[in-house]
Design a protein around this ligand. Sequence first.
Ligand SMILES: Nc1nc2c([nH]c(=O)n2[C@@H]2O[C@H](COP(=O)(O)OP(=O)(O)OP(=O)(O)O)[C@@H](O)[C@H]2O)c(=O)[nH]1
Length: 141
Amino acid sequence: MEEFPTWQPVVALALTDGKRRWLMHRRPPHKRHGGMWEFPGGKVEAFENPREGLVREVREELDIAVAAEDLQPACFADEGSQVDGKAIVILLYIASKWIGEPRSLEGGKIGWFKVPEIERLERPQLDIDLTVRIFGAPSGH
Ligand SMILES: Nc1nc2c([nH]c(=O)n2[C@@H]2O[C@H](COP(=O)(O)OP(=O)(O)OP(=O)(O)O)[C@@H](O)[C@H]2O)c(=O)[nH]1
């Protein structure tokens, strides 16, 4: 029997500093996609809605406070069907306001990058999809 739901909602944040730079998080080596760069975020728990989940995740992961009403829905990406495990559906929000100095609390790294730099980072496929949707296809130079 399939477990319900058959998909896992994940929320992620594209945080911009207003100078065309975006914050990316490098996953700790021991996790799935370890060492890859992605938008900070994580799984939405059963007791919360997506915005609440993202506010919690960035507090836990980056030590910053973002208000739920300052999150702008941007786009989503999905993994399609999975042989085992649940297919991830990732919802990306944009924000430009936060309180605190971002730092990585879970053993990863963070950095601020311009779009061409993001395109050169090693990223999971879902992040490649999200990046194309919010920034457009790479220009090739
Ligand atoms: N946070 C985040 N996860 C992503 C992105 N792209 C992507 O494929 N994922 C995948 O989505 C899943 C999210 O899980 P996570 O490990 O970040 O979430 P979490 O902190 O709630 O997980 P955990 O406490 O179970 O380890 C991971 O498999 C991760 O590799 C992204 O841009 N941001």
